[in-house]
Design a protein around this ligand. Structure first.
Ligand code: SAH
Length: 244
């Protein structure tokens, strides 16, 4: 059988939020490649080899997956959420740029439900108008660029979704982002902290920027900031479809 490679999104955690297309690819695979906690979500079975790897080795992992597909194996690279959102799809194409010999392989990207959309659905419709997604990790870009983008998005009145808001290695930078937001959006702007969405640990709460503290976020949290019109309706948060 000839080899292929799928880069698949496993969704935010709940198995019901894995698409049938992704499940079918996993069922057909000989090899699963990915970050340790994501590979742990795949049920082991005979004739399926699991290749868990550590964080921050995305390019090595992408090359290894392409190599296996080139050798005739059926490979699924797994990401959480959607593989195109701060995840493995770009890493695979980056590897492909350097390896023209693999560019004719059968490669497909299979979408998944990304964290911000799962979180927004739980909260109501906070992303119902124009919005943007910003990764707050400074692994692959300078902190000055992150702050500049947050500032520009807030000044343009986008609703915002923040991925990787706060980690043990940078516990203080999210506090700085909250200060920037308070300065531009004011104290009453709604901000939703959505942790471990669709898992047993799920916790979602919405506060104003004046009430928000850095400790409300960790690496399992996606943070949604409303635009100037975002408001509460009953227990929900929504952003109107129109802007004046
Ligand atoms: N590709 C993933 C994002 C990977 S970056 C996606 O599309 O969702 C990892 C970040 O995603 C985490 O730091 C967190 O901000 C967010 N995230 C992933 N799963 C989550 C979940 N179940 N609940 C809340 N945030 C989540």
């Amino acid at each position: 059988m000839s080899g292929w490679l799928c880069i698949a999104g496993l969704g935010p955690g709940d198995p019901h939020l894995v698409t049938p297309e992704v499940s079918a690819a996993i069922d057909a695979a000989t090899d699963i490649v990915g970050y340790i906690p994501y590979v742990a979500r795949i049920a082991p079975r005979a004739a399926l080899t699991l290749h868990p790897s550590d964080n921050r080795v995305e390019l090595d992992r992408a090359r290894a997956a392409l190599q296996m597909a080139a050798e005739g194996r059926q490979v699924v690279v797994v990401s959480s959420g959607d593989p195109g959102v701060f995840a493995m799809a770009s890493a695979v194409f980056e590897a492909l740029e350097h390896h023209p010999e693999w560019q004719q392989l059968d490669i497909r990207v299979l979408p998944g439900i990304t964290a911000m959309l799962a979180a927004a659905a739980r909260a109501g419709a906070p992303l119902g108008h124009d919005f943007c997604a910003i990764n707050l990790s400074d692994n692959l870009k300078p902190a000055s660029l992150i702050e500049a983008r947050v500032r520009a998005a807030a000044e343009a009145d986008f609703a915002m979704a923040f991925y990787n808001p706060r980690s043990a290695s940078r516990p203080h930078t999210f506090g700085r982002i909250l200060d920037v937001l308070r300065g531009i959006c004011g104290p009453d702007r709604l901000i939703t902290f959505a942790r471990a969405v669709s898992t047993a640990d799920e916790h979602i709460h919405t506060v104003t920027l004046s009430e928000a503290t850095p400790e409300m976020a960790d690496m399992r949290t996606v943070v949604l900031v409303g635009n100037a019109a975002t408001r509460r309706v009953g227990r929900f948060v929504y952003t109107p479809r129109s802007a004046v």
